[in-house]
Design a protein around this ligand. Structure first.
Ligand code: 0RA
Length: 641
């Protein structure tokens, strides 16, 4: 061979490439978090984020995401097109390197803020490795290029497929998620739409198009939010009573950009969302710390200047100052670092300093000119402080953990074991199902907490109502770790008494509603429970098939029923369960409690966020979307797939 040296090089490189992608297939969770539907959706976000990077670089104005009928997804952007030139180190076209080498994404960067520094940022190669097949098409310099891969391995070299207008540039990626890797390969349309909408709010010059071409679901939605964060706040505060207009400011310091929007409503909660380089920082971090601390300090200073706080008065707490606040704090950082349970907590100290500096400067400027808004804001803090002081007296008694008696606490039927590792608590809808569950359970490790009717909607209720609610009080006491919103942050996950908290509701619209309310409660007050993977949904069966001959079988959804019908041509009786209450203790054990046979769905933070949105929609004043929801029953369908 004439070009021996080059060939050897190529082989060496291609071996490392394959090993890299093999590692991704062996341990996909390491790269995309999980192989559940959440991990599946990450594949799409990964590719979209790359295109958003191209937008941030100033070259892409439109991104479309299409869920195709065959289960694949297509993502198109009108950027410059991924480079196709030969990469010196590998001797391969750059686009091939991007799709086959781990972490190759940033190599072609040009110093802009890269999403790839964030939570996902694992690169297109991970998507490729976890796809049954993937095809990338690049339009660049008047030429259309294409390459195809299967499970991360190329099936052909980059090929020129034809020509196009020189001005017509961009990248199109189509892939089929691999059924060998993912538990389910059905993308969650709701979560994707929500994420695309979020991206539109954060990038006011970018248009994102969502198309669903799957059977019976066809729709097209265009997300374009030229009012940016201000429009985002409007959306978050829909149905709430604003007490002041939206405040917006931005600034740049030490190469870090900050954008903030906030508004006060008469709610008794704060809802502060943080983003870094377009990524939602679930666990918060230094940007939020900087903003919150400076805001609190500013409100206290103003309150003293205006005489609202007298010399003898103590300062407002942070929670007081932010009582009723909805805020978005979005930063762009050239080198973001993340830590925490789910690597979604921003850790850069300079982000705190810059956020604090800009917030101080801009807010002072704003409040000096807008005294009305300032007064309304301070009034929120005053109201909160008043209630806090009244409650501090009663709270100690109400939530005292030391006074908690394990047995005989309200309606909780506790388990015998005190080893949290093996303990589970079932939150069961309805007294009759609760009764059966108490009989059916394994008393040693399974506790039952029946709840009646609908628990309080924590999105709407004030903190004092939340804490006074019997069901919620019982839950806080039973779990043993306190709660984390409102006054004081005394949630301590190390005190958790149960390794699994299992929500068990009927498989109907009411049941789904109760489940969403519970998830909203956990999401708002005990998010760490979800982050650490302690919250589950039980899935009781919908049917029992009793054949003339052969074994009875429980069927958990309509799809299972259809399969059963197709594979069992003989006569069978179909028993339909209307609710948990209809099952006797033995059936309940067999189908829903028995760890050997039951089906549990682990709740992920995306589910809870979505539940929170759904709750908002169900409880809001708008009737149309609620009717639509009940008609579609979309949430249930999404949970089942
Ligand atoms: C680096 C340089 C150039 C384009 C891109 C990255 C790029 C990456 C992605 C990922 C998804 N869509 C994308 N579009 C563009 C430009 C190189 C040149 O001008 O030749």
């Amino acid at each position: 061979m004439a070009k021996k040296e080059k060939t050897d090089n190529y082989n060496a490189d291609s071996i490392t490439i394959l090993e890299g992608l093999e590692a991704v297939r062996r341990r996909p969770g390491m790269y995309i978090g999980s192989v559940s539907t959440k991990g599946l959706n990450h594949l799409i976000y990964e590719i979209v984020d790359n295109a958003v990077d191209e937008h941030l670089a100033g070259y892409c104005s439109e991104i479309s995401v299409t869920l195709n009928e065959d289960g694949s997804v297509t993502i198109i952007d009108n950027g410059r097109g991924i480079p196709v030139g030969i990469n010196k180190k590998t001797g391969l076209p750059a686009v091939e390197v991007v799709y086959t080498m781990l972490h190759a994404g940033g190599k072609f960067g040009d110093g802009n803020y890269k999403i790839s520094g964030g939570l996902h940022g694992v690169g297109a190669s991970v998507v490729n490795a976890l796809s049954e097949w993937l095809e990338v098409t690049v339009k660049k310099d008047g030429i259309v290029y294409n390459q195809r891969f299967e499970r991360g391995k190329k099936t052909c070299n980059l090929t020129e497929k034809g020509t196009c207008r020189k001005s017509d540039t961009g990248t199109m990626v189509q892939f089929m998620p691999d059924k060998e890797i993912f538990e389910k390969t059905y993308f969650r349309a709701d979560a994707i739409k929500s994420r695309l909408h979020e991206t539109a709010y954060l990038n006011p010059e970018l248009t994102l198009i969502f198309q669903n071409k799957r059977f019976n679901e066809t729709e097209e939605v265009v997300f374009f939010e030229p009012r940016g964060l201000v429009a985002y706040i409007d959306e978050l505060n829909t149905g709430k009573e604003a007490v002041a207009p939206v405040v917006y400011f931005k600034g740049k310091e030490e190469g870090i950009e900050l954008e903030v929007a906030f508004q006060f409503t008469n709610d008794f909660q704060e809802n502060i969302l943080g983003f870094c380089n377009n990524i939602y920082t679930q666990e918060g971090g230094t940007h939020l710390t900087g903003f919150k601390a400076r805001f609190t300090q500013l409100i206290n200073t103003y309150a003293r200047e205006l005489g609202v706080l007298k010399e003898k008065d103590e300062n407002f707490t942070g929670a007081d100052a932010r009582n009723g606040m909805t805020a978005i704090v979005a930063i762009k950082h050239p080198d973001p670092r993340f830590e925490g349970q789910t690597k979604t907590k921003l850790d850069n100290p300079d982000a705190q300093k810059v956020t604090s500096d800009i917030t101080g400067e801009e807010l002072e400027r704003y409040f000096d000119k807008n005294l009305e808004n300032l007064k309304a804001t301070i009034a929120c803090a005053e109201k909160s402080a008043k209630i806090r002081k009244a409650q501090e007296k009663t709270k100690t008694n109400m939530l005292s953990k030391t006074k908690f008696v394990m047995e005989g606490n309200g309606k909780l039927a506790n388990c015998e074991s005190r080893n949290p590792e093996e303990c589970e608590v079932f939150i069961v809808e309805g007294d009759s199902a609760g009764g059966s569950a108490k009989t059916a359970r394994n008393r040693r490790t399974q506790a039952i907490l029946p709840i009646r009717g609908k628990i309080l909607n924590v999105e709407k209720a004030s903190i004092d109502k939340v804490l006074a609610n019997a069901e919620i009080k019982t839950m806080i006491q039973a779990f043993g770790c306190g709660f984390s919103e409102g006054y004081g942050n005394d949630f301590d996950i190390s005190k958790l008494r149960y390794n699994k908290i299992i929500i068990m509701t009927d498989a109907d619209v009411d049941g789904a509603h109760i489940a969403t309310l519970l998830l909203t409660f956990f999401y708002r007050f005990m998010p760490e429970l979800i982050q650490a993977g302690h919250v589950y949904l039980a899935t009781p069966p919908l049917y029992k098939a009793i054949p003339k001959k052969g074994e009875e079988e429980y069927l958990y959804d309509d799809l299972a029923l259809e399969k059963y019908r197709n594979t069992h041509k003989n006569d069978f009786i179909l028993q339909r369960y209307k609710g948990l209450g209809e099952m006797d203790a033995e059936q309940l054990w067999e189908t829903t409690l028995d760890p050997e046979h039951r089906v549990l769905k682990k709740v992920e933070i995306d589910d809870a966020r979505l539940a929170s949105e759904v709750t908002e929609m169900l409880m809001g004043n708008d009737v149309a979307p609620r009717k639509q929801f009940i008609h579609d029953n979309a949430y249930l369908a999404e949970l089942d797939v």
